[in-house]
Design a protein around this ligand. Structure first.
Ligand code: IMP
Length: 181
């Protein structure tokens, strides 16, 4: 847990997030129209707010499941070695799946999860990330839908934490350490 004081500068407003989710849901709806078996898989914990807003905007029959992969722990750097801490409750063989990630940073988490789920022989498997930091990528993974592409900044809010704090902010904010500004 950090003791360094920091402030949070708003980067993406709650209104902008809601508008973008509406747009994304039109595209997702077009992709999965007619499906009666979409499983929306949220990657814990950072995607819990995003997935809640996303499924309420999606006019499709959905099931919701969760998977937890280890990522940053309480630090600001990716561990790169991805472990599954909590697996899905349901089976996905033959089922359409939408994986919901908060941020694609190095890409190791999404790549690992997609590999794992593909091995279970789903129907269509698509991915969506609220945020993308392309300049940080260390893998060839790319989400099918992206909410916002952002620069290499550490962000919090809308489900995303810094050392387990600030998940409950309604907007995405950039962390700025006071001893750095
Ligand atoms: P990746 O495996 O490096 O792509 O890391 C993905 C995970 O790292 C995300 O799901 C987040 O949990 C975490 N992460 C990446 N960037 C940030 C950030 O700016 N703030 C908080 N968590 C982040």
């Amino acid at each position: 847990m950090t003791k360094r004081p920091y402030v949070i500068d708003e980067m993406i407003s709650a209104k902008a997030i809601a508008a973008r989710i509406e747009e994304l849901c039109h595209e997702i709806h077009a992709e999965f129209r007619g499906t009666d078996k979409l499983v929306v898989v949220g990657l814990l914990r950072g995607s819990f707010v995003f997935i809640a807003d996303l499924v309420r905007e999606l006019d499709l029959p959905v099931e919701v499941d969760f998977l937890e992969a280890s990522s940053y722990g309480d630090a600001m750097e990716s561990s790169r070695e991805v472990r599954i801490l909590k697996d899905l409750r349901g089976q996905i063989e033959g089922r359409d799946v939408l994986v919901v990630e908060d941020i694609v940073d190095t890409g190791h988490t999404l790549k690992h999860v997609v590999g794992l789920l593909k091995a279970r022989k789903p129907g269509r498997l698509r991915t969506i990330a609220l945020l993308d930091k392309p300049s940080r990528r260390e893998t060839d993974v790319k989400a099918d839908w992206i909410g916002f592409s952002i620069p290499d900044e550490f962000v919090v809010g809308y489900g995303i934490d810094y050392a387990q704090r600030n998940r409950n902010l309604p907007f995405i904010g950039k962390v700025r350490f006071e001893d750095e500004s």
